[in-house]
Every structure is written in structure tokens, then in C-alpha cells.
Design a protein around this ligand. Sequence first.
Ligand code: CTP
Ligand code: MG
Length: 246
Amino acid sequence: MARRRPRSRQRQEEEDDRQGSGDGLSTWAVLAAAGRGERLGSDRPKAFARLGGRPLLAESLERLEGSGWVDAIVVAAPAEWEEPAILLAEELGAGKVNSVVTGGESRSESVRLALAEVPEDAAAVLVHDAARPLLSDTVIERVLAPLSEGWDGVVPALPVSDTVKKVQQDQVVETLLRDELVAAQTPQAFVASALRDALAGDLAAASDCASLLEARGGRVKVVEGDRRLLKVTDPEDLALVESWLE
Ligand code: CTP
Ligand code: MG
């Protein structure tokens, strides 16, 4: 179920204009924030764990709101946390937040549910993990740019420094060629229709949206990621990201 923020009719009309209804050129952001954060082990979902005295979600929400590349935002929140997410958007003055939806069982399901709120005529969708608070406008621009060159999706990624092995029941079955490997981050950018098609199929165990496009033969480009886009998984990550806050 999607909850829309209350707003006046005039404000709604102004935002409809800004969100580009009809021109097919708008960029929407989907903020995946519906995870439980089990590995972080906080008393609340990860998106609401404290980072620099605020809910972790505030950091990425504020950065998307402030980005000139983003026209509108849909947040996927954990069940029972939709209202706090709406209140946080209000507190931050995040007028681009169009709606807050209840997330699903998996990340892909949460993204699919949020995408249902993105209008048909949106051109591009940026999918971002709330668990990666330190989003920069530079990376947003870097992932959006190739969409106009015919790519279906764009992923920021970092080189892998460890040797990565494929393992089955404790036994190494293959050592992968490190030069061919990268570690994918978010925000990932997509042509809206391509993302919609990819999410309409079997989501299986997909841990990112790009893999769903790749499986369907979509063209996904890799661009340089950002170390500061570290995903907060455990308490050590939270402390590290906190130390990077300006
Ligand atoms: N996510 C989501 N819906 C889910 C699961 C995850 O929107 N059902 C989001 C998380 O909120 C997070 C991102 O996807 O921003 C990446 O997921 P992950 O880091 O695994 O976060 P959690 O699932 O919350 O953490 P854990 O796996 O430790 O429970
Ligand atoms: Mg998870």
C-alpha cells in the first residue's frame, strides 16, 4: 500500500509539473529502505538506526532531494515504519518524496512495489540502497549519463582486491579471474521501461536490479564507483560511515 504525503492541490499540481508528467523526461529515484537490518542488530530497522544523530535514511533522502538530477522519490519502508518515513521526509523538507510504500520480503520485491508508484512516462529510474548513506551527486551524474548512449542500465562498481573463489560445500570449485571482477554498488540507473520489464519476471535471489536486466540480455554498463558508498551491514560499517560524515 502506498501512502502519499498530504499536500495542497496547488502544490500537487506544481509537483506534477516538476515531475515531468507528460514530457517523458523525468528521473525518479527508488530508495530501498525496507530491510530488517538483522546483521546490524539494532532495536529498529537499519534505515532508522542512528547515524550522526539522525535516522540513517535521512542521509540518502536528503542527498537525493538535493540532487538536480532527481525529479521525484519513492521510498520503500519496512512495515509499520511508513509513517516515520513520511514524517522524516516532512522534517527534511523533502518535497520530492512522492510516496512511501511498504516494502516486500526481498530487496527486489521492495523495488518492484516502489516502481509501481513511478509513472509510466518516467524516463529513468535510479535505484539506491538506503544502507549506502553517502550518496554523491557526482556518482548520480556518472550513472545517469550513459542511459542517453543506448545502455539499459548503469552500475557503479569498485575493483576487487581479494582473490574471489567459487565454493561448493567448503570445496573450491573455481578461482575467478580478479581482473574481470568488480564489486557493484548503488545507485544503479535504468531506462524505466527496461527496469519495469526486468522486475516483472522471476526475482529469484537477485541481490541487485542490474542482474535481472543482464539475465534478460539487457546492456548494463559499469562506471567507477565510490568507496564512500560503503554499504552499512554491521556496526563497524556504521561507525566507519559515521566517521566520514562531514
Ligand atoms: N531492502 C529492502 N527490502 C528488503 C530487504 C532489503 O528495501 N526486503 C533494502 C535495505 O533496506 C537496504 C538494501 O535493500 O537499504 C540492501 O539490503 P541489506 O544491506 O541486506 O539490508 P537489510 O536487508 O536491511 O540487512 P540484513 O540483510 O542484515 O537484514
Ligand atoms: Mg538483507
